[in-house]
Design a protein around this ligand. Structure first.
Ligand SMILES: NC(=O)c1ccc[n+]([C@@H]2O[C@H](COP(=O)([O-])OP(=O)(O)OC[C@H]3O[C@@H](n4cnc5c(N)ncnc54)[C@H](OP(=O)(O)O)[C@@H]3O)[C@@H](O)[C@H]2O)c1
Length: 263
């Protein structure tokens, strides 16, 4: 029997809700009864089910202006907020180690993986503090503890900064009734990851399973034998933002099938 999670009426912002982990999170939180606003740079072919069209906000969150568009929408539509889930992030850095990472690339990784959370928290946390309650989740990555050197050094550093920032923030706003948590996924097989596996399998003339195994090996292996599913990350987030987790704050939850070899 699944744990019943009731988020009825909770005003919830999920950034990056049109694909992958964000899309699954929006769907799970809507199912639990939350009123969800979500964002992406582009409107997907269909607004996620259960999200009103006027609560899908298009904005590039790497800019201050894009973040302001989203925080203004929260103020305009709701004048308050109960749950904030920062999913936006990722990396398109080239491989080639530290020397391949230009000034622009470093700025981009920090602008996508650290600053949207910092800016949106600065604009929206005062609303939570004013009513003495709220939950913030920062989606980080196991790379904040287990950085991969080839192409994701800047991404890993940005996620480590996000994790450190999140912990500090939790200490400041915990006494004011606001919980701040981190979810650190390992490899999650999103639609984009499945497409990558298909491409790798085609290029190598193997099947999907062999390509998936190859990718897992490049991470140093996943003891559990498979990547996580977006819905599994979404279920964890739903639990963490619910009242079942009412006394949990300032902690990081790793969901990686055992990839990180230490505690
Ligand atoms: N997938 C994994 O294996 C994995 C592992 C560890 C951590 N994570 C973390 O989990 C989070 C989600 O990853 P994912 O793989 O599910 O992502 P994804 O499938 O690439 O989706 C990213 C979402 O963010 C939006 N987005 C991307 N760039 C944006 C920008 N500049 N401004 C506003 N929105 C933007 C995308 O829509 P548009 O493209 O239309 O903007 C989309 O809705 C990220 O923080 C990632 O670092 C993922």
């Amino acid at each position: 029997m699944s744990l019943s999670i009731d988020l009825s009426g909770r005003r919830t912002l999920v950034t990056g809700g049109s694909k992958g982990i964000g899309e699954a999170t929006v769907s799970r939180l809507v199912e639990a009864g939350a009123t969800v606003m979500t964002t992406a740079r582009r409107l997907p072919p269909h607004v996620p089910s259960g999200v009103s069209e006027n609560l899908f906000i298009t904005a590039d969150l790497t800019s201050e202006e894009g973040c302001r568009t989203v925080s203004d929408a929260v103020h305009r539509h709701w004048g308050g907020i109960d749950v904030l889930v920062h999913v936006v992030g990722g990396s398109d850095a080239p491989s080639g180690g530290f020397a391949a990472l230009t000034e622009e690339q470093w700025t981009r990784e920090l602008s996508l993986n650290l600053l949207p959370a910092v800016r949106l928290d600065r604009a929206l946390l005062p609303l939570m503090v004013a009513c003495g309650s709220g939950v913030v989740v920062h989606v980080t990555s196991i790379q904040s503890q287990l950085p991969l050197p080839d192409s994701t050094l800047a991404y890993a550093a940005a996620k480590a900064a996000l994790s450190n920032y999140s912990k500090g923030l939790s200490k400041e706003v915990g006494p004011k009734g606001v919980r701040v948590l981190r979810v650190a996924p390992g490899w999650v097989e999103t639609t984009a990851a499945t497409a990558l596996i298909e491409r790798l399998a085609q290029e190598a003339g193997t099947d999907m399973d062999a390509a998936r195994q190859g990718l897992m090996a490049s991470l140093g292996g996943i003891p559990f034998g498979r990547p996580a599913k977006p819905v599994e990350v979404a279920d964890l987030i739903a639990f963490l933002v619910s009242d079942h987790s009412g006394c949990i704050t300032g902690t990081e939850f790793v969901i990686d099938g055992g990839t990180v070899p230490t505690a």
